[in-house]
Design a protein around this ligand. Structure first.
Ligand SMILES: *Cc1c(COP(=O)(O)O)cnc(C)c1O
Length: 370
């Protein structure tokens, strides 16, 4: 396999190199495609852009190549998760979700699936998934590792083996890791779901998501759901995300470098508690994360005394945005308790941007009163 930088730049590079062909394709902005005369066959050709279009194919070839499966792009990470929950959860066999994962996925299961009679079960990311699978006997297991915002991890290969033992499908929310940081399909998962809104697109200017399937039949089911559900990505967003993907390797490298430096500095900063970044050798997530992940990213968390301490930090920092979302160019802090996550009021998820490491460490430790 080529290196990560090469794969990001050349992934999905099936285009012709004929003289005069564009090196970069722009977004194909059309809802409909020419059908020809009634007696002409249209099979294989594009018909209507809700079903398929050339810009999606370019993106899906690139991201599917990184994930190692068949990719289907969606209009957001939640659209991708909704497709998987609804396509693989049923009244007979419910869904098992992380209790401490992305909170809107829980809301979707509780508010939209449970009322339809789909059993919804939970297990915490660092909890006993094998026991939870035996208890709930779900049709779909959704993992999120590292989890958002706790940065806990779970053993994808072990959970997949247990889930497959009862015929369940396993999906992994790979948003935090990105396809460069972790390849869940290689670990035995059936599906990857992700919010590419975060580090993959990486510029904080659009929403997009995807599902990648190891099994072509699963991919077909997901695609059918997209066509009928209509939660599609616009070609302009898809093209911008593809453009962002080209620099994912470079951005992740700087973000991880910043996260490592900041995590080390924060540990030494008075008033800062419970600093977690899976890349630190003595982080509780490190042993498992370093076995199943390929590389680190820029998302860390720490806890300040209380909400006023977080306010004081945000007021004094000049580089850190108070904003949700993560994985972008700009460093952003999000106080997760405000969204109802069951975490301390002073817990901050910090997404390191691509600023210079020295500048960022000086700004953050200065703002924390060091
Ligand atoms: C942001 C996020 C989502 C939802 O993605 P959107 O693109 O905002 O719809 C899902 N899972 C995780 C882990 C996320 O961080």
């Amino acid at each position: 396999m080529s290196g990560d930088g090469t794969r990001c730049v050349h992934g999905g590079d099936g285009r012709d190199h004929e003289v005069g062909a564009p090196v970069h394709h722009g977004p194909v902005l059309t809802s409909a495609f020419h059908l020809g005369l009634p007696e002409q066959a249209v099979s294989g050709a594009d018909i209507y852009a809700r079903a398929d279009n050339p810009t999606w194919r370019e993106y899906e070839a690139a991201v599917g190549g990184l994930d190692g499966g068949a990719c289907t792009v969606f209009g957001s990470g939640m659209a991708a998760i909704a497709a998987v929950l609804r396509a693989f959860g049923s009244r007979e066999r419910g869904v098992l979700l992380p209790a401490d994962g992305y909170y809107v996925a829980r809301a979707l299961a509780d508010e939209e699936l449970a009322p339809l009679g789909v059993p919804v079960g939970y297990c915490s990311t660092a909890g006993d998934w094998i026991a939870a699978i035996a208890e709930h006997r779900p049709g779909l297991v959704l993992l999120e590792t590292p989890s958002n915002p706790g940065l806990e991890v779970c053993d994808v290969a072990a959970v997949a083996a247990a889930a497959h033992g009862i015929g369940a499908v396993v999906a992994v929310d790979n948003t935090t890791a990105t396809p460069l940081g972790q390849r869940p399909l290689d670990l035995g998962a059936d599906l990857v779901v992700a919010s590419d809104t975060k580090a993959l697109a990486g510029h904080g200017d659009l929403l997009i998501g995807h599902v990648t399937a190891a099994d072509p039949l699963h991919a077909e089911r997901v695609r059918g759901f997209r066509t009928r559900g209509g939660a599609i990505a616009g070609p302009m967003e898809t093209w911008l995300a593809l453009r962002g993907l080209g620099t994912l390797d470079l951005r992740l490298a700087r973000q991880a470098e910043n996260a490592r430096a900041l995590a080390l500095a924060l540990r030494e900063t008075p008033g800062v508690h419970d600093v977690r970044w899976p890349g630190l050798a003595d982080d509780p997530s490190h042993p498992l994360a370093s076995r199943q992940m390929r590389r680190w990213n820029g998302v860390l968390r720490f806890t300040l005394r209380d909400v006023p301490a977080v306010s004081e930090f945000l007021r004094r920092s000049t580089l850190v945005d108070s904003a949700t979302s993560f994985g972008g160019l700009r460093t952003a802090a999000d106080r997760r308790a405000r969204w109802g996550d069951a975490v301390p009021g002073g817990l901050v998820r910090l997404s390191c941007g691509v600023e210079d490491t020295d500048d960022l460490v000086a700004d953050v430790t200065g703002a924390l009163g060091a």
